[in-house]
Design a protein around this ligand. Structure first.
Ligand code: E4P
Length: 217
């Protein structure tokens, strides 16, 4: 499973990138707002750092506007994936941009039918939002599983990009189900390394080591 980082925080991306943890980046208008940076400037910096797809989101509501914005965002770098919302207008924009050879990430997907439409429109990525479904007491991972089954039934090449990831469990579940990509905030990727038994075991080893009175260096 590829790891995308869901942030516009360049320092956080740089740190994870140095460890080989970054196969791509996703941003959205809320993440750009949080960064306090100009969208084109920060997206360019991210694209210069990361070789994989970097999603930049359009904000127009009509297909024509999304295409216009998408083409402007695409100018930033070759690895831009144009993000459009899963509306009927977004599907139109997806089809047009895909036909022109651009990577398109269809975002705000909350149902298997929406994912099916995005695949038919030629999306490069479909972004089902796991955490926001969980917030409503609907099992977000079940959606990932349903989309995996549907795409595999018909050999759709659209990549399932599990989004709105909130916990390390979401990451392991997405990997178990076979999502092609999961995009997570840096804090979740860091939390994946944590286990209470690792900390406890390390404490015990260090205490015993101190009792030996030995040094390695
Ligand atoms: C990714 O493309 C989405 O923008 C992001 O994962 C949304 O996450 P949130 O539901 O935590 O805002």
């Amino acid at each position: 499973m590829k790891f995308f980082v869901d942030t516009a925080d360049i320092d956080a991306i740089r740190e994870l990138h140095a460890l080989g943890m970054v196969d791509g980046v996703t941003t959205n208008p809320s993440l750009i707002m949080k960064s306090g940076r100009d969208i084109k400037e920060v997206t360019k910096e991210i694209c210069d750092l990361v070789d994989g797809p970097v999603s930049a989101e359009t904000v127009a509501l009509d297909a024509e506007g999304m295409i216009r914005e998408g083409l402007i965002l695409k100018e930033i770098a070759d690895n831009i994936a144009i993000k459009v919302p899963l509306t009927w207008e977004g599907l139109k924009a997806c089809k047009a941009l895909t036909d022109q050879g651009h990577m398109v990430n269809v975002t705000l997907c909350f149902s298997a039918n929406q994912a099916l439409l995005a695949a038919k429109a030629g999306a490069t990525f479909i972004s089902p939002f796991v955490g926001r479904l969980d917030d409503l007491n609907i099992d977000g991972m079940e959606l990932i599983s349903d989309i995996r089954e549907i795409y595999d039934n018909y050999g759709f090449e659209t990549q399932i990009l599990a989004a709105s990831i909130r916990t390390p469990n979401h990451m392991s579940e997405a990997a178990r189900i076979g999502a092609d990509v999961a995009t997570a905030p840096p804090s979740v990727i860091h939390a994946m390394a944590k286990h209470v038994l690792t900390d406890k075991g390390l404490d015990a080893f260090l205490k015993d080591w101190a009792a030996t009175g030995q040094n390695i260096v």
